[in-house]
Design a protein around this ligand. Structure first.
Ligand code: MSP
Length: 471
């Protein structure tokens, strides 16, 4: 048995949870559940990123004290994760005492190890990104992501001596000691070393909503430095117990935050005498009808809208089957509904209902004895471990399609009068398949798996409402 420590990014609370957040979180949940099912000691961390100018600004706009505002938003994130059946082990908030203490300790360690120095600096800061942008990164003077003009910041700040660690990190990535997948993102990360990577400022003078630099109350810790430390504060750092889980086996992140995770974070860890994470998986972005999802365009889908329409398990399924995890892809209500009807209402839902019906009618509701041993398919296992969720689900759906075809070909209803033995055999095979399907679906669609098990695992069949009513 091995340990498996997996994380999502912590989400900014300036906005309600959106589909991008749900996407990362569902994928992380699937892997956590898969590892638990396998018997690994698993820890799944998620949470919220609550400091910085961006959050302070929106709290002000809403006329709320920042902490009250964060409390409210953190509750909404937790609520959404509950509705999506997310099985996190801990929810870390950067405004919590434990986290703030961990951040202070970490910074003191960096100082002790001489990884921090002070200098005068001026730069263009985008609050949307919560980072400094270079002239080259701007598009027509604006931040290309937020379409806003970055503000000029001139301060004396503390800096992290990134240069000291660059060679080492580059080697770690190149040799897969920090494994970055997919390969294209590893290349992208390695490409960053070819440009000049500047030391970064780890503090801000004019920001009020943040954690103090422990030795200088006039400065707040840069929100990204604060946020990255969640990956160790959430498992107990600075107490020794965090070593039970650290280093992280896998950070799952979106493509926009690669540099922070692949370079800055490992460098900070090395500077504090800690080990870097083992693996970073970088996923792509959703667009909606070909356009970037944004509040201004009004095309944002919220996870709760999907859950309301399709249910939690179907939402999980739909999120992971639109396109391969790791690539970008487009979604639309139309595509989602079509897939729901085809794969869930017709495919799986139908198979379950037909099998229940036949066992009920022909075997008096007694589940037939199992004919073959449950399939433990290596291929599906491997695909999940490679985070190829869409392909793993395709393999599971092959069993479903095969079983539906098996019914169509054998027409069990015609056998009732002439060949009871054969009929029993067919129903026993179907029961086998459904129990295998339930096993494989456990990480992906936990409730559905439970229901299928309940129906077919006992000696007497359970009758249920259709699992996936058509939409
Ligand atoms: N707070 C930082 C992360 C700190 S981790 C130490 C942050 N938060 S975020 O809320 O803006 O974004 C969180 C995650 O959501 C990122 O991984 C991002 O890539 C992902 N997504 C945001 N929009 C997305 C889509 N439209 N599609 C898919 N994922 C997207 O960054």
């Amino acid at each position: 048995m091995s340990k498996f420590y997996i994380t999502t990014p912590i989400y900014y609370v300036n906005d309600l949870p959106h589909l991008g957040h749900a996407y990362t979180t569902v994928a992380t949940d699937v892997l956590s559940r898969y590892h638990r099912q396998k018997g690994d000691k698993t820890f799944f961390l998620t949470g919220t990123d609550e400091h910085g100018e961006k959050i302070a600004e929106i709290a002000r706009k809403e006329n709320k004290d920042p902490l009250n505002f964060c409390n409210l938003m953190a509750t909404l994130f937790k609520k959404t994760w509950k509705e999506l059946d997310i099985s996190y082990d801990y929810f870390i908030r950067t405004t919590s005492q434990e986290h703030q203490k961990a951040v202070s300790e970490f910074l003191l360690k960096l100082k002790e190890n001489k990884a921090i120095y002070k200098k005068k600096y001026n730069g263009l800061y985008c609050t949307g990104c919560e980072k400094f942008l270079t002239q080259k990164e701007l598009a027509g003077g604006l931040c290309p992501d937020h379409k806003k003009k970055p503000g000029l910041v001139e301060e004396e700040n503390y800096f992290f001596d990134l240069q000291k660690y660059l060679k080492k990190i580059e080697k770690l990535i190149d040799s897969d000691k920090i494994k970055i997948i997919p390969e294209s993102k590893k290349e992208e990360a390695l490409g960053l070393f070819k440009q000049k990577l500047e030391d970064f400022s780890i503090s801000r003078q004019k920001v009020e909503w943040g954690i103090n630099i422990p030795w200088d109350n006039s400065q707040k810790i840069y929100v990204w430095v604060d946020a990255l430390i969640n990956y160790i504060s959430g498992i107990g750092y600075p107490e020794k117990k965090f070593k039970k889980w650290w280093p992280a086996d896998l950070h799952i992140i979106g493509k926009d935050i690669l540099k922070f995770h692949a370079i800055f974070w490992p460098a900070m860890l090395l500077a504090a005498d800690l080990r870097p994470p083992k693996e970073i998986f970088v996923h792509g972005w959703f667009t909606m009808n070909g356009q970037k999802m944004s509040k201004t365009l009004g095309n944002v889908i919220r996870p709760d809208e999907l859950i309301k329409k399709f249910g939690a398990d179907a939402t999980r399924y739909l999120l992971l089957t639109q396109f391969p995890f790791g690539q970008d892809g487009d979604i639309s209500w139309d595509k989602l509904a079509k897939r729901y009807n085809a794969d869930l209402a017709n495919g799986l839902g139908n198979l379950v209902q037909r099998t229940i019906g036949m066992i009920n009618k022909n075997l008096d509701g007694q589940n037939p004895a199992l004919a073959i041993k449950l399939k433990k398919d290596r291929k599906i296992k491997k695909l999940i471990e490679e985070l190829k969720f869409d392909e793993a689900l395709k393999e599971i759906w092959k069993i479903i399609a095969f079983s539906n075809l098996y019914i169509a070909n054998n027409k069990p209803w015609e056998l009732a009068a002439k060949n009871q033995e054969k009929l029993k055999e067919i129903l026993a095979n179907l029961r086998d398949n459904l129990l295998s399907i339930a096993w494989f679906l456990t990480p992906f669609m936990p409730e559905t798996a439970k229901k299928i098990n309940k129906i077919f695992a006992g000696s007497k069949i359970k009758i249920i409402q259709p699992l996936f009513p058509r939409v």
